[in-house]
Design a protein. Structure first.
Length: 331
């Protein structure tokens, strides 16, 4: 990947003449089955330019209560697009078409206007959950009935495709815009993309500029994304197997609660019992053993597998965690 970056042909992407960025954008549009795509610096910018391009201030977005756009993007739907978010609940980051229908606002000047449904696949806070294509198809029917658009936060879409054996268009055909991240499981250092119709991507281009995401000789980093698409999709199965291996081992450790059967992709959540300590104290201690895991709530921990974590490394992490948790259970 570093070699591909070093050898990348570049131009000025703000003027649309960086050949490597253009190649990446064409590649992503084709991969996701859309007319056009645009390279952006981050997954958050991919989501927020998609939101801004398809809403007006005062509109309402429908999304899961645990969604990334609501939780982890610094209030951007309100800050950058002037939109409120109607939060839905449902198992592990998913919701159904009936919940979407119930959330639709009547066409009445008292209410915000329902404008955009956001689905996150895989779902991060849900635990790397893969969505059902059938449920998405049912949600699309509701969206069309109410003339509401749909955005897919596909930061980890390739994980869902690999885990489910679906081609990307099997998921993306139901969405007006789709974001994907190159910088997560695909292993590039930076970058995301939005795909959609030519007209929508033209609007995203404008808001990318407004949000400060226009980049000049971006071919250097786009080359990393192209390399990731060429080499790092099929191998996601290894990350998924490692996540399942980790979860199965954690299930045998004292002082924690986990449902290993819930692990579908590369994200593992587990809860530490209060007698074990806080999630933060466990993560701090794990870091001293070289294990990087993240507290996401007072008792909840997230572990993510990726291309820099081998099966051997998982086994070392398991040994370290087991040692730590067993000594906490005894003290
Ligand atoms: C589901 C989801 N969407 C979007 C993002 C945002 O990506 P970035 O960190 O590149 O802004 C993340 C980051 O973890 C994510 O998990």
């Amino acid at each position: 990947m570093r070699k591909a970056m070093a050898e990348a042909e570049v131009g000025d992407d703000v003027f649309g003449d960086d050949p490597t960025v253009n190649r990446l954008q064409e590649r992503v549009a084709q991969l996701l089955g859309k007319e056009a795509a645009i390279y952006v610096p981050s997954g958050s910018m991919a989501n927020q330019t998609s939101i801004r391009s398809q809403t007006q201030p005062g509109d309402e977005i429908i999304a899961h209560a645990d969604s990334h756009i609501y939780h982890y993007e610094a209030g951007a739907p309100a800050g950058l697009s002037g939109c409120s978010v109607r939060l839905l609940n449902g198992p592990r980051g998913t919701f159904d078409a009936a919940a979407v229908r119930a959330a639709m606002r009547p066409a009445d000047s008292h209410f915000p206007q329902s404008a955009l449904i956001v689905v996150e696949n895989t779902h991060n806070r849900g635990g790397g959950t893969c969505w059902s294509v059938d449920e998405i198809a049912r949600i699309r029917q509701v969206a069309e009935e109410f003339h509401v658009r749909m955005h897919l936060d596909g930061a980890r879409l390739m994980n869902a495709c690999v885990a489910k054996g679906h081609s990307p268009p099997q998921y993306t055909r139901y969405f007006d815009t789709v974001s994907i991240c190159f910088s997560k499981g695909l292993g590039a250092p930076i970058g995301s993309a939005v795909a959609g119709s030519k007209e929508t991507i033209r609007r995203v281009h404008r808001f990318r500029k407004m949000f400060g995401g226009g980049m000049r000789q971006a071919g250097i980093i786009a080359a990393a994304a192209l390399y990731a698409l060429d080499h790092n999709i099929d191998r996601l199965t290894e990350d998924h197997a490692n996540a399942k291996r980790l979860a199965a081992a954690i299930a045998n450790m004292p002082g924690v609660t986990i449902d290993p059967g819930a692990v579908e992709t590369n994200i593992v959540y587990f809860d530490v019992n209060e007698s074990t300590g806080t999630a933060k104290s466990v993560c701090d201690a794990a870091r001293e053993h070289g294990v990087g895991i993240l507290p996401t709530a007072p008792q909840r921990i997230r572990a993510v597998t990726h291309l820099d974590v081998s099966t051997d490394a998982i086994d070392r992490a398991v040994a370290a965690l087991n040692h730590m948790l067993t000594s906490r259970a005894k003290s």
